[in-house]
Write a protein that binds this ligand. Structure first.
Ligand SMILES: [Zn+2]
Length: 306
């Protein structure tokens, strides 16, 4: 509230962060050069800056999640603060109460912010644990590898595959988690391994058949035999990824109750983001704000004329 007391402060911040570090000059796409930009008093909710040479308008919110939203910027920033300051998540209903907006509006805001939390996809290396989790359904949250009761086992459930890079300091571990088809096939899982885990990494899994070809893919592969009740064998364990699953499960059942398949990935991304940045010195709000400022979202460009 002190740093962003009103809409104007939020807009100025976006202008400087995204387009004009000194607040006065920016690159004009029409002049194709650095130009001075001015603000003219106009009655418009989303103010723009105008190139003094050619009259081109730059909109600091264009291409961001705030673009064309009827919710005030100040409320958006407040929503980002609330979402990043809760430790285990908040429901859209609760968020709506905090912001004083309808459930529908809160849900839309939340959804857009959550999509900004998706992992940047930088690869994992060193010692990497991987595992799958089932979410939802009646017989819920059972470990895939442990109980396979045929097709019925997967009724109403969704599968998530996760990879976590261990660190000596466990709080520095980094996770990537992806929704995969249910029941997952080996190919669904290995596709993500290939994409996110650097070759020559040491990978740890349980004995599930998904992982049989990891050796031939250039990874050093250690297995734990959960069916034989072995959970840790030297370095071979999957405790780190299981710790992450328990966070996600607690969140989904405690805060969100149930999650549709369509949105599961973004819920998982939210928890992965919290997990990966738990000790980030920049603080969660600043981290999210800078991500939102620098990540372009698919929105149509506003016309350059007011
Ligand atoms: Zn210009």
């Amino acid at each position: 509230m002190a740093e962003f007391p009103d809409d104007e402060a939020c807009l100025q911040w976006l202008w400087k962060t995204r387009l004009s570090p000194d607040g006065k000059h920016a690159h004009c796409p029409k002049c194709k050069a650095e130009r001075a930009f001015k603000r003219y008093a106009i009655k418009q909710q989303r103010q723009s800056w105008t190139c003094v040479a050619c009259g081109y308008h730059l909109h600091p919110t264009a291409g961001t999640i705030f673009h064309k939203s009827s919710t005030s910027l100040h409320l958006w920033f407040y929503a980002m603060y609330i979402i990043t300051s809760t430790r285990c998540g908040i429901s859209a209903k609760q968020l709506g109460r905090e912001l004083g907006v309808t459930y529908k509006t809160a849900w839309r805001i939340f959804n857009r912010i959550r999509y900004s939390l998706a992992d940047d996809g930088s690869p994992l290396t060193g010692k990497v644990e991987m595992d799958e989790m089932l979410v939802g359904g009646i017989d819920k949250n059972r470990h895939l590898g442990k109980r396979l009761h045929g097709k019925g086992h997967y009724m109403g459930k969704k599968s998530v595959f996760g990879m976590v890079q261990r660190r000596d300091d466990e709080s520095q571990a980094r996770v990537v988690a992806k929704v995969v088809p249910t029941p997952p096939k080996s190919g669904d899982v290995l596709r993500h391994v290939r994409r996110y885990v650097m070759p020559a990494s040491v990978v740890f899994t349980d004995e599930s058949r998904f992982y049989e070809s990891l050796n031939t893919m250039g990874y050093e592969h250690g297995r734990v035999h959960h069916t034989a009740n072995v959970y840790v064998s030297g370095d071979a364990h999957t405790n780190t990824i299981e710790g992450f699953w328990s966070l996600v499960k607690r969140g989904i059942s405690g805060v969100y109750h149930n999650v549709s398949k369509k949105h599961l990935q973004s819920y998982v991304d939210e928890y992965a983001w919290r997990y990966n940045h738990k000790n980030d010195p920049r603080g969660h709000f600043n981290l999210l704000a800078s991500r939102v400022a620098h990540r372009r979202v698919a929105t149509e460009r506003p016309s350059s004329r007011p």
